[in-house]
Design a protein around this ligand. Sequence first.
Ligand SMILES: [Zn+2]
Length: 398
Amino acid sequence: MNVRNIKALAPFKGYVVTGIRFEEIGAQINLDFDKRSGPRCPHCQGKLPRNKIGRRAVMDCPMPHGSIVYLVFPTVQGLCQSCNRYVTTCPKEVHPDCHATWRLMRLVSSWAALATNSEVAAMFEISDGTVRRYDKIVLKEDTPPPCLDGLTKLLIDEKSVRKGHCYVTIILNGETGELLHMQEGRKKECVESFFGQLTEGQRAGIKAVGIDRSGAYQAAVEAWLPNAEIVYDRFHLVMNVNQAVDEVRRSQCRRASKEDRQLLKGQRYLILGNQENLDSDGREKLDRLLEANEAISTAYILKEQFRALFSYQRKGWAMRALANWCALALASGLAPFQRLARSFTQHGERVCGFVKHGLTSALIEGFNNLISRMVHKACGFRDLDYLELKLRHHSVMR
Ligand SMILES: [Zn+2]
């Protein structure tokens, strides 16, 4: 076989390619020490005597047609005079503990961002566990530590990552969407451990924190962040209102005659979806439904009005609109909406804080979708460190 410029196969510092052999199972690239430099200490690059020579084989990126490639290189063990410790030589491009080259591990890791780990494992003919190990090492190496300086806004949320109620608390930078902290559980301790990592100055710089109304984080935010206003984030507020609509729908369903129940059944998404996304058929169905049932019709109008709140550019206007909404909700006679109205009246500032602080729900929604996709792809995450690494990498590298 005529391979030109075989040096290009492994341009590793201090080594030269001496040949490539193709065998049934794959290919083997042979390296030797570059004669000009000889064996070098991997820590300090000091010269080592060329004795006790062994050989080591590690896995390298596969050839384009998919066959396995091994990289075989000589190793020298000895006492490095400058470090004064026993060392074993190894090209910098080979991971010291993984029997693999960094370029293979990077390739596996970039595929793991696109496909499930089992698919990647099959592709590279390695085990699922090895894919996870390579991916973790590469992500750890390539993802910078969280940037905690200059934080002004935070978003805090909880998310289920596995069936059987395994929750994690996540904290995002409210401006960039960077994942700053993830911890198992959804108690206030989960955010306190993050606040504890911040300096006093960093904590004082935080002006707004977007959270869910019902979460356990409010007290911790109040205790730790002296200058932060709590803002109820839009994503959760809209969810609260949708839940109220659904509660009304279900109670109407229970009370309805057999005939009406037929009309109400299975219409959840019709009622909860955004009107502008409906086609003409859907709109007709919705109109018929709203005409037939007064309570659902009222709930629907309240939901749409609440959504309109988020179009206000000034907090004063939003506050007035919220007050109107609360009055309507209280007068509606629908218990779930009355409950919401009482809470919103009490915390109007927090409901309308999004205008002042410009906190949108896009970051939280985007992040929730990302977690759902990853968890779904991996059929639930057992290794939470791994999930955190993947999420952090994604949130930083977008
Ligand atoms: Zn050394």
